[in-house]
Design a protein around this ligand. Structure first.
Ligand code: SF4
Length: 360
């Protein structure tokens, strides 16, 4: 089984707990965030992520036995935390569709870093099941949720999610999350020119002063099914300018290295917004994220073409030490920087994984 692995890139210990391995990739980026997709299924068909024409009735989703079990996910997360991961995010598809998700949350919430700290445990959801599940998820140890909401206009939102799911139920989900203590609740809005960019101010006004953090995401060319065009992208600088003209904003410091969103605070103290600028403000320089698909493929970039098959390793006879070595070697060889080179690439020249498959 074991192949001869080139030496792992590890910085000399800085006197921290001996197990605090400071793993770095080729660009000196640590592995800090692990995003774990637990299903490729979703009950929405958002047109920029899972268009019905492709993800229709006959689409072959992964069967249950193809998915990593909760034991396997827990083992993988434990090993990753041993290598430096401090933030675990559960994603999908729609993760709350996975039966017994509270059990997985409890398993991941129990993981401790080598020096005994809890890891940061978050989940990204469309909110559809949150009013029912928020309290149980919080009780199981979930700390925070991010909820997607691309419009406040009923008809438009139902057209974007393409399953006629109403806005008010997502707003109820946001309230349920806050009530359950899963805050500050982050709300993700993917902006597309001519579709919902006329709502930038309405969305900002709706969430100002609520304590929730609204983030505007530049429309990205993830996968190959969302018909991405550069002209459809609303640059984050424009978003900040349009809000600031009405409600002055000032830049705020990142909460941690490698944070995807740039934070902007309202000068009048009414809270903050975030902008995620993969197209006009690449942030590959300190990207510390790895992603695992529901069936156990490890990807070191959202725009990756291929992954490392961890399921085979998890179901084989590799011990934790060997698995840890393979993960460390894989990260050590990483040099991803798609957002930095996007403009130079010939359109269509690179196969990319689908957002719904890897969960963003
Ligand atoms: S494009 Fe890839 S390397 Fe760059 S920030 Fe996104 S996930 Fe990280």
């Amino acid at each position: 089984m074991a192949q001869s692995l080139p030496p792992i890139r590890v910085l000399p210990s800085t006197g921290r707990a001996p197990a605090a391995l400071d793993l770095r990739d080729v660009r000196d980026r640590p592995l800090r965030d692990l995003r774990i997709s637990v299903t490729d299924r979703c009950n929405f068909r958002c047109v920029y992520c899972m268009p019905k024409e492709i993800f229709g009735r006959d689409f072959q989703f992964r069967e249950r036995d193809e998915l990593l079990t909760f034991e396997e996910i827990e083992r993988l997360a434990r090993i990753a935390v041993g290598l430096g991961v401090r933030k675990l995010r559960i994603t999908g598809g729609e993760p709350l569709l996975r039966r017994g998700i509270e059990d997985l949350v409890a398993r991941l919430a129990a993981i401790r870093t080598p020096s005994g700290e809890a890891v940061d445990l978050a989940l990204t959801t469309n909110g559809s099941a949150l009013p029912v599940k928020a309290a149980a998820l919080a009780a199981a140890g979930l700390q925070r949720v991010t909820i997607s909401l691309d419009s406040l206009i009923e008809e438009r939102f139902q057209a974007i999610n393409d399953v006629k799911f109403p806005v008010k139920r997502v707003l109820a989900a946001i309230d349920a999350a806050a009530e359950a203590g899963l805050g500050p609740v982050k709300i993700n809005t993917v902006l597309k020119r001519g579709v919902n960019d006329d709502e930038i101010l309405d969305l900002a006004e709706h969430f100002r002063g609520t304590g929730h953090i609204l983030r505007f995401i530049e429309f990205m060319d993830v996968g190959a099914t969302n018909g991405w065009l550069l002209d459809d992208v609303v640059p984050s600088a424009e978003v900040v300018r349009r809000i600031s003209e009405r409600y002055p904003l000032e830049p705020a410091a990142p909460t941690h290295p490698g944070e995807t969103a740039k934070r902007w605070k309202y000068v009048d103290g009414a809270g903050e917004i975030g902008v995620i600028s993969s197209v006009t403000g690449a942030f590959c320089g300190d990207c510390s994220r790895a992603r695992v698909s529901a069936e156990g493929q490890l990807y070191t970039c959202l725009f990756a073409s291929s992954g490392l098959d961890l399921r085979e390793l998890l179901r084989g006879d590799a011990g934790d030490e060997e698995l840890s070595g393979i993960l460390a070697q894989h990260w050590g060889l990483r040099d991803d920087n798609y957002s930095e080179i996007r403009a130079a690439l010939t359109p269509g020249s690179r196969k990319r994984i689908e957002m719904s498959y890897i969960g963003g």
